[in-house]
Each structure stands twice: as structure tokens, then as C-alpha cells.
Design a protein around this ligand. Structure first.
Ligand SMILES: [Zn+2]
Length: 132
């Protein structure tokens, strides 16, 4: 007796008939162990991981994007998309740049000179604020 693994088969199952229960169990086990199901599951998981890593790369957090993509799929993509960027921000325009960048790719200022200038400005303001 071949039963199809479905909710209606489970609802209509005669629980007093051990052969019917056994047949439904075997049918459902076979469905869950299907290579096609596992290939789709693996493919979708890898696709979610790659999309998450791609979104994370734009924020300098590709590994976080990959993990969120694997764990939560499209919800993980949104988490990475709306998370704060780990890339250094330009002191002039505030937009992210790659860590090795010499000039801001958005406004074009020299990032090293701007960073030194802002550090000096910070030290100066701390010094003048707490003098004797
Ligand atoms: Zn800039």
C-alpha cells in the first residue's frame, strides 16, 4: 500500500491500523530523504550566503553578511543592509571608504591629511578645555 506523505493522508490516517501508520511513516521518511529536496535546500542556502556576503562586502563586513544570510536568508540580508558600516568614514563628507584608500572616493580629499588634522584638532580642543 503506497501512501502519499501529505497533511490529508495524516488527517485521514486510521491510527489503529499499524500497517497504515507504518506505510505513511515510510512514505514521509522517503520524502524527507529525497536528494532533490536536499539539493534545493543546499542551493538556496548557498545562494542566501552569497547574497549576504555581497551585501556585507559593501559595508566591509562580508563574513557577517555571509553568516546572517545563511542563518536568516532575506531577513539576514536586511539586517546586514541596515547595519553600520565597519569601513572608515571620511572626516569631510562622512561616507565610507576602503581602509587602504588615500583619497576619499566620494569627495576626493586626502584622507591621511584629513585624519591627522582632525586628530590634532581633537587634541587641541581637549587641551584647551581642561587647562589650569
Ligand atoms: Zn569624503
Amino acid at each position: 500500500m503506497a501512501l502519499e506523505c501529505s497533511l490529508s493522508a495524516l488527517t485521514n490516517l486510521d491510527q489503529t491500523d499499524p500497517d497504515a501508520v507504518q506505510a505513511l511513516l515510510q512514505s514521509c521518511t522517503g520524502a524527507l530523504l529525497s536528494p532533490t529536496l536536499w539539493a534545493w535546500t543546499l542551493g538556496i542556502t548557498v545562494a542566501c550566503a552569497l547574497v549576504g556576503a555581497f551585501i556585507g562586502m559593501a559595508k566591509g563586513r562580508w563574513l557577517a553578511g555571509l553568516v546572517w544570510g545563511v542563518a536568516l536568508g532575506p531577513i539576514g540580508w536586511l539586517i546586514v543592509l541596515f547595519s553600520k558600516s565597519s569601513l572608515p568614514e571620511c572626516p569631510e563628507c562622512g561616507r565610507p571608504n576602503v581602509p587602504s584608500a588615500k583619497a576619499c572616493r566620494h569627495c576626493g580629499i586626502n584622507l591621511r591629511a584629513a585624519a591627522l588634522k582632525s586628530k590634532r584638532a581633537r587634541l587641541k580642543s581637549n587641551d584647551s578645555g581642561r587647562g589650569w
